[in-house]
Design a protein around this ligand. Structure first.
Ligand SMILES: Cc1cc2nc3c(=O)[nH]c(=O)nc-3n(C[C@H](O)[C@H](O)[C@H](O)COP(=O)(O)OP(=O)(O)OC[C@H]3O[C@@H](n4cnc5c(N)ncnc54)[C@H](O)[C@@H]3O)c2cc1C
Length: 506
């Protein structure tokens, strides 16, 4: 009887552990695998199953996905794994050489729960590899009759070399198996491609989250800067292009007075041990951000572009979303934010000088958006010369007066050398489209932006500090601990029982 009880308790522990690991919501585990911190460091490919298949493929910033269907018992699949992982290392996780381009995944068809998923892709042999835009895989896995013309079988990927050659041919790229991080010769630097900005929505999230981390890490919230941050949070709650950042900013605002009470500055009550304070636990754009890499703002060198590019895109995207009545507020809020929280001394000083030169408040959102555009161009103008003389620029992304003709020819009335006669109506129109509609077009496709959010999107919005998440984790830990304790007690009891008779016999 007691051994049956022990067995039951052990089974309960195992099933609890399984639920924790296979839960679609356990993104931290997915991230651990992604970042190579899991037990098997070579596991860069993301394990998919019927429960997380749609969510992972819908949320990925990658342009393409490879899905490997395999069976864990198949010896050929086991031998193939190191080949597949060699390619996955290039594309998956924060340490990826080419992040955000291709998501490499795998599905174990020998696992009962995945039978229907594998059937729906008509998997005929193991391993079988498919290629396509991630969104095209979504729901194709649950609807057998769904049109799968955008999904292709990779017919020649039997070694790492062959798989990468197949991908290179498909993408017109020249990725190499030995490529290392920050050798980004393959970056698309085509400034005339308006579609590129759609990917910047990930960078706006990354920049928001990074800015917030810097503010906390450098303890920049002080009595004299507090109001400025509150104003910027208000602007983001209303106008951030990413829904999850709007929601995260709202959460920070709601908790702001409790965590940073006005009277707390003298005794540092608002700080905990790591100095970040309670707000440090809030991930302002959800638990998947920051991801640790840039998409639109990725430089071709280790130390170019990134955060400052992302911050510009965030500021422009806010400027085209405000109403006329908010233009004065938005102007002063952005000026103060850069002045108080942008950690580049020269940048914030220059920017603040430009702010100070504005004599009368803006009444129209158009005027503010155009002012920001022109201020950015003044910075560009200065940096064109500086970068040319110092050689500090990014060779693949030289500074330019923006937008170039290839992006907006109607913006140019005439040009004599560097003297451009801008058609400001056309520029404003262009800015509104570029930083408004186009920027969120990816978001909309994936349901991350508007009120049409999917379950996955809603899940993304729940920060790790959320009251539901913490008690659930704690409850699970308590359950596992008490089960383990019960099992140990059981084992001890059964040992005691089996000893007793021996004592009587001796
Ligand atoms: C507020 C602010 C002030 C800065 N001041 C300085 C400074 O004084 N000195 C310094 O060395 N660096 C400064 N920087 C950093 C610098 O401007 C660049 O961000 C950095 O060099 C990276 O450049 P980038 O090539 O990624 O393009 P960025 O200039 O960062 O631009 C990002 C993207 O915005 C678009 N863009 C370019 N120009 C415009 C425009 N006029 N209007 C709208 N969109 C545009 C382009 O698509 C571009 O790729 C500042 C950054 C910020 C956010």
């Amino acid at each position: 009887m007691s051994s049956t009880l022990c067995l039951l308790l052990l089974l309960l522990i195992l099933s609890l552990l399984t639920v924790t690991i296979s839960s679609p919501g356990s993104r931290s585990i997915l991230r651990a695998v992604n970042s190579g911190t899991a037990a098997d460091l070579r596991d860069y490919a993301v394990d998919l199953n019927v429960t997380n298949f749609d969510a992972v493929l819908r949320d990925t910033p990658a342009t393409y996905a490879v899905v490997e269907f395999f069976a864990h018992w198949c010896p050929a699949c086991r031998n193939y794994k190191p080949h597949y992982e060699k390619v996955a290392r290039l594309f998956n996780g924060p340490e990826a050489v080419y992040p955000g381009m291709i998501l490499m995944t795998r599905v174990d068809c020998a696992s009962k729960i995945n039978t229907k998923l594998c059937d729906n892709f008509s998997v005929s042999h193991y391993p079988m590899l498919f290629w396509g835009p991630p969104s095209k895989f979504v729901s194709a896995g649950s609807e057998p009759k769904q049109e799968k013309s955008d999904i292709q079988v990779i017919d020649n990927g039997r070694t790492a070399d062959r798989l990468l050659s197949w991908i290179n041919k498909k993408m017109g790229s020249s990725f190499g198996l030995d490529d290392q991080k920050f050798e980004n010769d393959h970056l698309p630097s085509n400034a005339s491609d308006p579609g590129q900005i759609a990917r910047a929505v990930y960078d706006v999230e990354e920049a928001t989250s990074t800015a917030f981390e810097i503010i906390l890490e450098h303890k920049m919230i002080k009595s004299e800067t507090r109001a400025s941050l509150v104003k910027f949070l208000q602007l983001m709650v209303a106008h951030h292009p990413s829904r999850r950042c709007r929601k995260g900013s709202a959460e920070v605002l709601v908790n702001f007075d409790d965590v940073y009470p006005l009277d707390a500055w003298s005794d540092n009550r608002h700080e905990d041990q790591d100095g970040k304070g309670a707000l440090g636990n809030i991930q302002i754009c959800g638990r998947d951000v920051p991801r640790g890499y840039w998409m639109f703002c990725r430089g071709s060198k280790n130390d170019t572009r990134g955060f400052s590019c992302g911050l510009w895109v965030l500021l422009h995207s806010l400027s085209v979303r405000i109403e006329d009545g908010e233009s004065s507020f938005a102007f002063s809020t952005i000026c103060d934010f850069v002045h108080n929280f942008f950690i580049c001394e020269e940048c914030r000083q220059h920017f603040y000088d430009m702010c100070s030169r504005v004599s009368s408040p803006f009444n129209k959102s158009r005027d503010f958006a155009l002012w920001l555009w022109s201020a950015h161009n003044k910075v560009n103008e200065r940096l064109i010369k500086e970068e040319a003389s110092l050689g500090t620029g990014d060779p693949k992304f030289p500074k330019m007066i923006w937008p170039p003709r290839q992006l907006c020819s109607s913006c140019y009335r005439s040009q004599k050398n560097n003297d451009i006669d801008w058609d400001e109506d056309a520029v404003f129109n262009f800015l509104t489209n570029y930083y408004g509609k186009t920027l969120v077009s990816l978001n909309k496709d994936k349901g991350l932006n508007g009120n049409d959010g999917t379950n996955a999107a809603l899940e993304d919005l729940v920060p790790s500090t959320n009251a539901i998440v913490v008690p659930l984790g704690a409850a699970l830990a308590i359950a596992v601990a008490s089960c383990a304790f019960g099992a140990l007690a059981c084992y001890w009891r059964s040992q005691q029982k089996s000893r007793k008779p021996r004592r009587t016999w001796s």
